[in-house]
Design a protein around this ligand. Structure first.
Ligand SMILES: C[S@@+](CC[C@H](N)C(=O)[O-])C[C@H]1O[C@@H](n2cnc3c(N)ncnc32)[C@H](O)[C@@H]1O
Length: 196
């Protein structure tokens, strides 16, 4: 094994072990913790919509940081956490009925990920298709000045996506958490101050 591969594998194992020890349902929890340490969204949000929420590591982090937060969590798989402030819907984010939640959320989180093929540009196109749908949804559910945080796997559609987001938000930036493998195409887009 090359030393870079070894380092990456080691780091992945480190966060898996750490999550187990600290009682988090996913190693992804650490990515949200890092995002929060830099941007402080959760501390300042009341109602969040979480897309691709299972098994529930991000929900755990959100409630830990802000015990008053209300979460609408959506996933096609089961959430492994039960909490009075989490309204979980086992559904495809595209079929969910958002009509009762118009202009409702001040933060939209997406860690949604399609099944991967291992072929980087195919996987990128799959996640990008989902994200373009989510971006259309923002108009309906996100409040003015609200925020949107999403994972993306880098690739060809990213430029167009950033262009669209820059028209909808006053501030758009990238963030690569330390807990995200260096060799992965994963990066987070942080969009702030939604313009209606
Ligand atoms: C990386 S995981 C999310 C991990 C989560 N942030 C956590 O910390 O536990 C990505 C999730 O996206 C979900 N997903 C994929 N396609 C979806 C869809 N069309 N609608 C809703 N959820 C979907 C998957 O089922 C998976 O649970």
């Amino acid at each position: 094994m090359k030393s870079k591969d070894w380092l990456n594998r080691n780091k992945r194992d480190f966060y898996v072990k750490k999550a187990k020890k600290q009682g988090y349902l996913s190693r992804a929890a650490y990515k949200l913790i890092e995002i929060e340490n830099k941007f402080h969204f959760l501390a300042n949000s009341k109602k969040i919509l979480e897309l691709g929420a299972a098994p529930g590591g991000w929900s755990q982090v959100a409630l830990e940081i802000n015990p008053k937060i209300e979460i609408t969590a959506i996933d096609i798989l089961d959430l492994k956490i039960n909490h009075p402030q989490i309204n979980f819907y086992k559904d495809d984010f595209l079929s969910f009925d958002y009509s009762k939640k118009e202009n409702y959320y001040d933060l939209i989180l997406s860690d949604i990920a399609p099944n991967t093929t291992g072929h980087q540009s195919t996987d990128h196109l799959r996640i990008a298709t989902m994200l373009f749908d989510i971006i259309e949804l923002l108009e309906k559910v996100l409040v003015t000045d609200g925020s949107f945080i999403t994972k993306i796997w880098k690739g060809s559609e990213e430029k167009e996506m950033i262009k669209i987001l820059k028209k909808k938000f006053k501030l758009v930036s990238y963030f690569k958490p330390d807990s995200s493998r260096k060799d992965s195409a994963e990066i987070f887009i942080i969009a702030r101050e939604f313009i209606k």
